[in-house]
Design a protein around this ligand. Structure first.
Ligand SMILES: Cc1cc2nc3c(=O)[nH]c(=O)nc-3n(C[C@H](O)[C@H](O)[C@H](O)COP(=O)(O)O)c2cc1C
Length: 215
């Protein structure tokens, strides 16, 4: 466990945990995580969300092959040519890149995946994601609070058709995120972000909000 259920502390330390042990995760924990997801907001309370809990290794491996192909063709080169983001530095960014590559190779070895889906029909539009990502974030916070690790992943969508076929989703259902869940190898730590003052304005676009000038 984490020693804390303070929501602000949990939010400040829910960072991507990409190195996971293959040890099993009890079903009662998965149930708690899913219940946290179901507590989230969703448009019109229509609850078109569906959650595929995936433990079966063959299906996970079939998706990992596409996840890795997307790394080789797209994510890897992008990381190699990008500067560190706000709140990071070259060393930290290099560690992140190493962890991303590790998860790429070991994606399917996470003992449980939760595939967050929407029954969104044949032609979903961009706004529909707003009805599943609040549930995804609730689940990430619950995972963290239970002392488990995960990462919000969407890279499989680069090969959406292939991965959704591998996942066995029906045609009226689409996946929006895969959460690989397991016991973390490393320690939890603070998320690395830029200062509030870099992102927040008051009244007029570009105008500083003095209340956040220190943070
Ligand atoms: C929309 C979205 C998609 C993401 N997809 C992936 C992914 O496919 N693979 C991955 O390793 N991380 C993925 N991430 C995690 C981000 O890379 C991560 O949150 C970011 O680098 C900040 O790091 P932190 O979570 O450790 O603070 C995704 C995050 C978001 C919000």
């Amino acid at each position: 466990m984490t020693g804390s259920t303070d929501v602000f502390e949990i939010m400040a330390t829910t960072r991507s945990m990409r190195r996971l042990k293959p040890d099993p995760v009890p079903d009662d924990m998965i149930r708690k995580i899913l219940e946290a997801g179901l507590g989230a907001a969703n448009g019109g309370n229509t609850q078109k969300w569906r959650f595929l809990v995936l433990k079966e290794p063959t299906r996970k491996k079939a998706v990992q092959v596409w996840y890795k192909k997307a790394f080789d063709e797209w994510v890897g080169p992008r990381y190699a040519s990008s500067p560190p983001p706000p709140g990071s530095d070259p060393a930290r960014f290099a560690r992140q890149h190493g962890a991303v590559e590790y998860l790429t190779d070991h994606y399917h070895e996470a003992p449980v995946w939760i595939v967050a889906c929407l029954e969104d029909g044949p032609n979903p539009d961009r706004s529909q994601g707003a009805s599943i990502y609040p549930a995804v974030q609730n689940m990430l916070l619950a995972i963290r609070a239970l002392g488990l690790g995960s990462t919000l992943t969407t890279r499989h969508l680069r090969f959406e058709k292939e991965t959704e076929a591998a996942l066995g989703l029906p045609p009226n259902v689409h996946s929006y995120a895969i959460l690989p869940i397991g016991w973390p190898m490393g320690k939890f730590g603070p998320t690395g972000r830029g200062k509030l003052s870099e992102f927040v304005y008051l009244d007029n676009w570009g105008e500083a909000y003095p209340a956040v000038s220190e943070g």
